[in-house]
Design a protein. Sequence first.
Length: 160
Amino acid sequence: MRNTTNKKKTWCEKLNENKGLPKVEKITEKMSKRWGKGTVVIPAPVEVDEIMRKIPKGKVTTINEIRAALAKKHQATIGCPITTGIFAWIAANAAEEQEQNGNEEITPYWRTLKTGGFLNEKYPGGVSVQKDVLEQEGHEVVQKGKNYVVLDYEKSLADV
């Protein structure tokens, strides 16, 4: 159904839009230079959110860990790096939207880090909010160049 009022979709609407996803496709020739041969799963946004929701306090995960879990779930060679990152961003904004609407059971998006344990500047509130919450949960966050990283994040990785 087309949106005839030109009303912008909420983050929660974007999160729950599957658009025929998930789907597993053959890795294209262009992608194979970086990712090798095989198949790639393009997840549904809610699948990324479901994994992010499972990360307990005191633990973290990375986009790469989520991609690996999605690939395993769908018996694909890899999880799509682009859509997984975009869907984590949508999940983070949907969680923030839910919290603003009074929902206390939100996805703990701040526990999902970028590759290498780096904080995600695109999350609601930027790096400073993510840093504050992670530190409150017992993680040590340090500056590395212009970016921030959870020190020894590998020791805090949750099973996904």
